[in-house]
Design a binder for this molecule. Structure first.
Ligand code: FER
Length: 263
């Protein structure tokens, strides 16, 4: 983390970062189904394969999580991550990586409908830990050409997915070395529970990213996490950005976070 230039990261992505460009190589987006023993049914995830994806190589994997109002297609529908990532690959700014967009609501009906704050639905965001670790990651590792070390796995997400990424990632540092919380929601554990052993976390993390829009009503969650990390000397990127609880912020986060991982 010490070699990172924080000030150059904490700037808005350059104009055009999310605009479709002609004449560049493109990745592929596909939807897969995997059996979840956690939930007891088939579940869906979307997958971005980078330009030139080849079974002859092995790839890092970023698991990128959605918010309370979304599902596995939320990032795709609102942020066109494949455009941002294709552009970055064209500029040679990304390490080879597959990006997986899971459905973080681990329950039989995992659609974002009805009362999104229903206790069963909130619990499903917690149950996703088992779905991710026991079902989806093994599915990816047996069906795609992926690297399987902790340094080859990143976990990030927005809002509920930011809370999930911090909770699951920091709770499983043997599985993830690169972790990002974008505008993390109140499902984020209290700092003392999130990082009970600051020294261990500091030595294992390759990147811990915390960001939030200055106009976001949930910013107190990120503030509290950042304050604890600061106090306990856990290296992390802290990025207070313009904007609210909204897509321009999360697209900007994806632009920056994706360039920092697997380095
Ligand atoms: C809450 C407010 C917002 C909460 C979750 C959210 C679990 C999630 C917002 C989002 O994902 O966009 O009190 O509690």
């Amino acid at each position: 983390m010490s070699s990172i230039d924080h000030d150059s990261i904490r700037q808005a992505a350059p104009p055009g970062f999310d605009q479709y460009r002609e004449d560049i190589s493109r990745g592929k987006i596909e939807t897969v189904e995997y059996f979840s023993a956690t939930v007891g049914c088939k579940r869906q995830a979307m997958i971005y394969l980078p330009p030139g994806y080849s079974e002859d190589l092995r790839y890092n994997v970023l698991y990128l999580l959605h918010g309370i109002g979304g599902d596995e297609a939320e990032w795709y529908k609102h942020a066109e991550p494949q455009v941002i990532l294709d552009n970055l690959h064209a500029e040679r700014k990304l390490a080879p990586m597959i990006v997986v967009l899971p459905n973080g609501r681990a329950m039989t009906n995992d659609r974002a409908e009805g009362n999104l704050f229903d206790p069963n639905k909130l619990k499903a965001f917690e149950d996703f830990e088992s779905d991710l670790l026991q079902d989806l990651i093994p599915y990816m590792e047996s069906n795609y050409s992926v690297l399987i070390g902790r340094e080859n796995r990143a976990l990030a997400g927005l809002s509920m997915g930011g809370g999930q990424s911090l909770n699951i990632g920091l709770g499983n540092l043997d599985r993830f070395a690169w972790i990002g919380g974008f505008s993390s929601a109140p499902n984020t554990k209290e700092p003392e529970l999130l990082v009970p052993n600051p020294e261990e976390a500091s030595s294992k993390l390759r990147l811990l990213w915390l960001s939030c829009g200055l106009l976001d009503n949930l910013k107190h969650v990120s503030d509290r996490t950042h304050a604890y990390l600061e106090l306990n000397n856990v290296p992390h990127i802290w990025y207070e950005e313009s904007g609210g609880h909204d897509w321009p912020v999360w697209k900007n986060d994806l632009y920056h976070f994706s360039q920092l991982i697997f380095r």
